[in-house]
Design a protein around this ligand. Structure first.
Ligand SMILES: [Zn+2]
Length: 115
């Protein structure tokens, strides 16, 4: 299941960016996920719970929040940024447009810690 390895990558990223002391204060992790990242929110949530249960007990009780962002494309002709609905990659000027500027991401947006 590819969500499991994503969750492990998230924990690795946290380890690279925070001290163990800081990580002991984590209350919630906010993820920014684009529709093109190929991630099912519910599967990611389940994977997170499973990994925490198995080998990341230090994150027990930590809330994972998955924030979905829309797909945005920027038109090479008119340079407008358009939100993509139903995977129709068309600029509002009518030109087909595959220049994705948002929608692929799977990022840690914010880590909430106790004071
Ligand atoms: Zn356009």
């Amino acid at each position: 299941m590819h969500e499991i390895s994503l969750v492990r990558t998230i924990f690795r990223t946290l380890d690279d960016n925070f001290t163990p002391e800081e990580l002991s204060k984590v209350m919630a992790i906010d993820l920014k996920v684009g529709p093109l990242a190929n991630v099912e929110t519910i599967l990611l949530q389940n994977a997170f719970d499973a990994v925490v249960e198995e080998d990341e007990v230090r994150f027990k009780g930590v809330q994972l929040r998955v924030n979905l962002v829309p797909i945005l494309v920027q038109c090479p002709d008119c340079e407008q940024i358009t939100e993509v609905h139903n995977y129709k990659f068309v600029c509002i000027c009518g030109k087909p447009c595959g220049n994705v500027v948002q929608g692929n991401e799977l990022l840690i947006e914010r880590v909430e810690m106790r004071d």
